[in-house]
Design a protein around this ligand. Structure first.
Ligand code: 5GP
Ligand code: ZN
Length: 139
């Protein structure tokens, strides 16, 4: 088993664990972007969010939701940015789904999610909406 997050889930590799819940595990990021930077991972090894089973997805987001408040309170933050790098093209470096919870403070210098994107869309919104609905219906 070479995946570092699988090894943290099984306990083979040490991490600063903050929660172990059915189907999901949470621990502090080894290179935190801010105090209290937590990673929440499903126990199942899956690279992309869309490949998670329904139960694993529910367990993952249940844990994220349960942790958001305590993580923020523990470091006295005002909010948190919660995000997933989903796929190598987005900068995902560990191919095991993980949700980042990064505490935030007013004036901390970091941007909102909108700040990641410097180029705008290329297709009309209605056309894209139709394309997504078609693919959903075909599932
Ligand atoms: P990504 O860029 O894939 O969304 O984020 C991966 C995160 O995992 C990074 O923030 C990185 O610091 C963290 N990370 C990588 N290896 C380890 C590790 O062995 N232990 C812990 N606790 N975090 C790790
Ligand atoms: Zn894994």
């Amino acid at each position: 088993m070479s995946c570092i997050f699988c090894r943290i889930v099984t306990g083979d590799v040490k991490a600063e664990l903050v929660a172990r819940e059915p189907g999901a595990t949470a621990f502090l990021d080894v290179s935190p972007l801010a105090d209290g930077h937590v990673l929440v991972v499903p126990d199942d090894h899956v690279a992309r969010l869309e490949d998670l089973g329904e139960e694993a997805a529910a367990a993952l987001f249940r844990t994220v939701t349960r942790l958001a408040g305590p993580v923020r309170a523990a470091v006295g933050a005002a909010g948190s940015t919660i995000g997933v790098n989903n796929g190598e093209a987005t900068g995902q470096t560990v191919p095991h789904v993980h949700v980042h919870i990064v505490p935030r403070w007013p004036g901390d210098g970091a941007s909102s999610v909108h700040g990641i994107f410097t180029t705008g869309p290329r297709r009309p919104v209605a056309q894209v909406g139709e394309a997504i609905r078609e693919r959903l219906a075909a599932r």
